[in-house]
Ligand binder design. Sequence first.
Ligand code: T3D
Length: 262
Amino acid sequence: MSGLEVRREGAAAWLTLNRPEALNALDAATKDALVAALREAADDADVRAVALTGGGRAFCVGQDLRELEGAYREGRTPDFADELERHYAPICRLLAEMPKPTVAVLNGVAAGAGVSLALACDLRLASTAARFRLAFAGIALVPDAGSTWNLPRVVGLSRALEIALLGDWVEADQALQFGLVNRVWPAEELERHAAETVAALAAGPTLAFARTKALLRDHLGTDLADALAGEAKAQAAAGQSSDHLEGVTAFLEKRPPRFRGA
Ligand code: T3D
């Protein structure tokens, strides 16, 4: 049985990692389910935003180390490259590249690949109970699941090295200061604020959001000329959308726009 629950809230898909007895550690069944649920959400045009959160007191503590230890005890040495290719790479790519906003709703502790999952999302909304530790060094591994790419882009190289090498806990308030998370609310208010934020994203101009996230991510690695060309191409397409016309009409009629994501 997988430790993932999937539900729809209007046009948003909510994915909840739910193995609270293991702080939502990622076993094979849960990773399989997460890849499948993210693929489905990415392909479903009726889903216009995706939220990833955890049940219980944790967001996610990364790889299930009990499962790993079980394999070692049976004399099997896991092929980490194969495992990363099979689960963590598609999860990371889907969260970053699907054509709709993805949001990590950080209800509690995040460690190891749990931090990597949060970093792969477009936005991170946290409760004061959230805390972060990269944790890979504790088991003599390198950070993976996209975190060596995402972390320095999110917090800068100096902070990334500090978080990876010193291994201190980053508490919610410090995470906000580092830019590791976008918002922090008191624990009891996270659910309400996160639901409002995700619903607002799901009601937004989905095609423009898809192009916006792709442009911002792609243009970190391009020069200005390529960025300007990329913007022109994307804007030409966005300008053809019915949401664009609705946005202009709503502005002139002095009312909020009703975007359909088309
Ligand atoms: O496959 C690959 O390609 C390799 C990839 C690896 C990616 C990674 O994610 S490596 C990093 C893995 N994660 C960690 O190293 C974090 C391990 N956990 C902890 O350090 C601590 O649990 C926490 C500091 C996060 C929380 O501590 P605390 O005291 O609040 O809770 P606890 O008592 O340690 O944990 C509660 C239960 O969750 C406990 O189970 P028990 O003893 O009550 O039956 C504990 O064993 C379990 N748990 C916590 N983390 C994991 C876990 N079970 C399996 N895997 C875990 N990662």
